[in-house]
Design a protein around this ligand. Structure first.
Ligand code: GLN
Length: 498
């Protein structure tokens, strides 16, 4: 049999339900690999070992009862260990959002998406590292140190959900939760050779997600294949009265196991995404994947998304503007860190001055400026209008095609420090991912090859709102024909000998 930590969610679920393995065994195997690899990877901000053991015990009890009484439902995620990005609240557990300003903040309630999974019986191993308030593409902006990419520990795992990506890649767990505001699930999935889903805006509740850019934020997951991701998606999706933007759109009868017919699937290639400046191997691998789908009967056509070039400036006005408003609440009064000063204004200043890192401060300044009287119309107002044009580009494209195929990021995982002195170079990481957030549509990243440094290359499928099922099915079909998603980094070289 495979090592317990190499099992996919689906495989582990089947073994758990048949009583071949227990959730406790699975959880202990995860904790063991974490202990050995974590000194090299640093995927976690907070480990929740006690909680995990307690949840595993409870899951085993539920599994046992359900085996004895067939009328008790067995959710597929019952007893499965997962990791949770540290922007999602879990009651009674520290939640930092990667920021020192929340170093001592304990979540007073649990995020709805996490609660749905807890109700299904998952085991939470810990809270994973992230760029501070999810602002970044490498985890280098975390107030708790950077996470390393298990494929090459000199390189970033991507970000901001880099902790969850590294954890799933290093076999700590088969599922990791993340958030995606401009690419933060898809880009780390791409850098770590994983499959990552950014859902339609509103598809999964944001209640209990620490807000970054509220009109862009989505909760999603990373896994080693589309099938596991489908289980996580199904577990978290759905209407939530606690999130005013949550959608009541029915999930439909999702089932990846039914025969997927690629024949006739209309794939659009947006010419604006296949441009100079993209690593040649990335282009080649994405093209090769499209050709493979074409050989199975997909119909491939070029499409145009004319406002693609505007997406980056539009995003970097809207996201910081919304962030500057959302982060106003961290002033030392209600949450986390409070500087001791004589006057209240001094206390605000000291708390925010010491608590926030430099990228967060940069964004607060950009956002505050964009929203300030006299500039609002020129910046935020204008950006909202162009955002509508970007959305219309996608609406028009989805009249002609079912899915749009593109690279996830211009390159494979970069080295630590490569972009830290140049914010613009870092922002350019998101050029292919943030249009989906501006348009509110789903995007799925998955591996399509490796570059000459043996680093994973990712590609992205985008679809019309609520087409997560189609994206996952298409990816599942691709993964049944290919093996890129099965490759594993040489973890033994990272083992700690402590
Ligand atoms: N890298 C982008 C940013 O810094 C996206 C981050 C995200 O999706 N949370 O804003």
């Amino acid at each position: 049999m495979k090592e317990l930590t190499d099992l996919t969610t689906r495989e582990a679920s089947s073994l758990l339900q048949r009583g071949v393995i227990s959730s406790m065994e699975l959880t202990k195997a995860s904790l063991e690999i974490i202990e050995r690899l974590e000194p090299s990877i640093h995927a976690f901000i907070t480990l929740t070992t006690e909680l995990a053991l307690k949840q595993a015990r409870a899951a085993d009890l539920r599994l046992k009862q359900a085996r004895q009484d067939k009328s008790i439902p067995l959710p597929p995620l019952l007893g499965i260990p997962i990791v949770v990005k540290d922007v999602l609240c879990l009651k009674g557990i520290r939640c930092t959002a990667g920021s020192r300003i929340l170093d001592n903040f304990t979540a007073p309630y649990t995020a709805s998406a996490v609660q749905q999974l807890l109700d299904a019986g998952v085991v939470i191993l810990g809270k994973t590292n992230t760029d501070e308030f999810a602002m970044g593409s490498s985890t280098e902006n975390s107030g708790f140190g950077a996470t390393k990419n298990p494929w090459d520990i000199n390189r970033v795992p991507g970000g901001s959900s880099g902790g969850s990506a590294a954890a799933v890649c290093a076999r700590y767990a088969s599922l990791g939760l993340g958030s995606d505001t401009g690419g933060s699930i898809r880009q780390p999935a791409s850098f770590c050779g994983l499959t990552g889903l950014k859902v339609t805006y509103g598809r999964i509740s944001r209640y209990g997600l620490i807000a970054y850019g509220s009109s862009l934020d989505t909760v999603g997951a990373l896994a080693r294949n589309a099938d596991d991701l489908f289980l996580a998606f199904k577990g978290m999706a759905g209407y939530d009265p606690m999130d005013a933007t949550s959608s009541a759109e029915p999930l439909g009868d999702l089932n990846l196991n039914e025969q997927i017919d690629i024949k006739g699937l209309r794939i659009g290639i947006p010419k604006e995404y296949f441009i100079a400046g993209v690593q040649a191997e990335v282009n080649q691998a994405v093209r090769a994947a499209i050709t493979l789908l074409e050989s199975q009967g997909a119909v491939v056509n070029e499409v145009s998304l004319p406002h693609t070039a505007e997406a980056l400036p539009v995003y970097y006005l809207i996201a910081p503007a919304e962030a500057s408003a959302n982060l106003a609440r961290f002033d030392g009064v209600r949450f986390g860190l409070r500087a001791t000063q004589t006057s209240m204004i001094e206390m605000y200043k000291q708390t925010r001055g010491h608590g926030f890192g430099s990228e967060v401060k940069r964004r607060i300044m950009l956002g505050t400026y964009a929203l300030s009287a006299g500039y609002y119309d020129a910046y935020y107002g204008q950006a909202q209008k162009v955002r509508t044009l970007i959305k219309r580009d996608f609406d028009a494209a989805f009249q002609a095609v079912d899915v749009i195929a593109a690279p996830v990021a211009p390159s494979t995982a970069f080295l630590f420090g490569e972009h830290t002195n140049d914010p613009l170079a870092m922002y350019l990481e998101d050029v292919f991912t943030l249009p989906a957030n501006l348009a509110g549509i789903p995007g799925l990243a998955f591996p399509t090859g490796f570059d000459q440094n043996n680093l994973p290359i990712g590609m992205q499928l985008m679809g019309a709102p609520y087409s997560e099922g189609l994206l996952l099915k298409t990816c599942h079909a691709y993964q049944q024909m290919t093996e890129h998603h099965l490759k594993k980094p040489a973890l033994s070289t990272l083992l700690s000998t402590r």
